[in-house]
Ligand binder design. Sequence first.
Ligand SMILES: [Zn+2]
Length: 91
Amino acid sequence: MSQSPILRRCVACKKVLDRKCFLKVTRDFQNGVVLSGGMGRSAYLCPTESCFEEALKRKRLQKALRCDIHSSVFNMLQKQLNTCIYSDTEA
Ligand SMILES: [Zn+2]
């Protein structure tokens, strides 16, 4: 029996993929906005330059999390771009 993937939607391009493929940003109820980990409302972003730019320019993460996001969070996100290379051809 194969485990079905947990699907999430990118806040920038709206593509739906396995959540393992995304960078995750969580608005933690104690620590504020964190990358990976944390408890609370989460937003997902493809680890690509184009989705990062889109999210940054249009404040997609701020809208998804309903709060301000410090520029340090975007700096950390930018460092993690291209870390998860996935294939569209794989089922
Ligand atoms: Zn995307």
